[in-house]
Design a protein around this ligand. Sequence first.
Ligand SMILES: Cc1cc2nc3c(=O)[nH]c(=O)nc-3n(C[C@H](O)[C@H](O)[C@H](O)COP(=O)(O)OP(=O)(O)OC[C@H]3O[C@@H](n4cnc5c(N)ncnc54)[C@H](O)[C@@H]3O)c2cc1C
Length: 390
Amino acid sequence: MLRYAQMQSTQQTETVMTSRRALLQGMALAPFASACSSGPRTSARNFTPSGLPLRRVIVSPDRVIRTIAGSRPFRPSGFRLEAESFGDKTVIHNYGHGGGGITLSGGTSYLAMELAEQSAHRRCAVLGAGAVGLAAARLLQDRGWIVTIYARDLPPNTTSNIAGGQWSPTSVYDDDKVTPQFTAQFEAAMRHAYRYFQNLAGPRYGVRWISNYSIANQPPTADNFNDRYADMYPELKNLSANQHPFAADYVRHYDTMLIEPAIYLPAMMQDFYAAGGEIVIREFKGQDDALSLSEPVLINCTGLGSRNIFPDDELMPIKGQLSFLLPQEEIDYMTVGNGGLYMFPREDGILLGGTFKRNDWTTTPDPEDTARIIAGHAEFFDAMDDPWSR
Ligand SMILES: Cc1cc2nc3c(=O)[nH]c(=O)nc-3n(C[C@H](O)[C@H](O)[C@H](O)COP(=O)(O)OP(=O)(O)OC[C@H]3O[C@@H](n4cnc5c(N)ncnc54)[C@H](O)[C@@H]3O)c2cc1C
């Protein structure tokens, strides 16, 4: 039954995606066709490598529809992914993903599931209902586990709902704080996560491939992250000035996935319920409270909340702030880097970021940051060459 429903939804997905792509590619071809007549004069620099037009984001304060802020759950030595025994109970920690928790959720949760499979039990509690908890819960269900989620907050009220959603396992650790063991775990998680989200591509989960333009004022360093993991960044290339429309000295292109939290998280909850899962709203006040659960295996996916449940002084927030502009259908690429700023085009608005404030526990937007993010993006997109709006 479920399989049939999933197949149907996949077919619908393909139809919708094909028609959207056909529409955008039609738009892309139109200027070439009209170049002979009176249409805008375009060149290859005005299109993504897939042939989609690179249009200007219209940035102005009166187009802002909301501004939000949240806390990335960061540990300088990287996320905590390990089993801990408490008498007859096993706790599998799966938290502290920093700025890459949406990205890595399917990967660290896969590894957490493998740790759980080493026990003789098939019944567990997942603590937390953000991207990490929901991925862990679904992966365990698919292995035949009976899963109950316990969480203080559900989507849309989790940090995972604040996330931008670029598939990018970055801002996850400090280079000088990680061990070789962590790096091996990180790379395994990254590879599982890369496959995990590819399986979910399409409107049902709000996951899609998209061109990224990385904007910089200096050339990439020799051992930069994208080059190191180039097999997970298709279409990775440095662009010369006649290959992009931006007023920037160094521009790189690659494709990543964009995961829209407002679509992905509810779909995961639906899947969890459909597979027989139960969700209990509950706040844990500390370790003893969590260990009082009846389940023999606990998967701890409480993000920043872990700090107060299973003591961990290393865990800290990195505050991030986003402003959303009215959606623009014609924008189908992302910009990152750009002096710490980034733009992701989502169904629920054009997302403009960026702030990274360590140890800032506040979750209210700072008006000065809002002004800087809007002004920085306005300057950048005003300087972009968009022949369709000349
Ligand atoms: C501005 C911003 C932009 C970001 N952009 C990206 C991005 O582009 N890509 C990316 O991969 N990541 C991004 N992130 C990071 C990402 O949001 C986090 O890493 C991720 O959401 C962490 O997921 P989580 O499930 O561990 O935590 P959460 O989403 O915080 O979920 C934690 C769950 O645990 C529950 N919980 C916590 N404490 C308790 C308690 N005491 N008792 C019971 N339940 C509890 C909560 O209620 C919740 O259900 C961004 C973050 C921010 C703030």
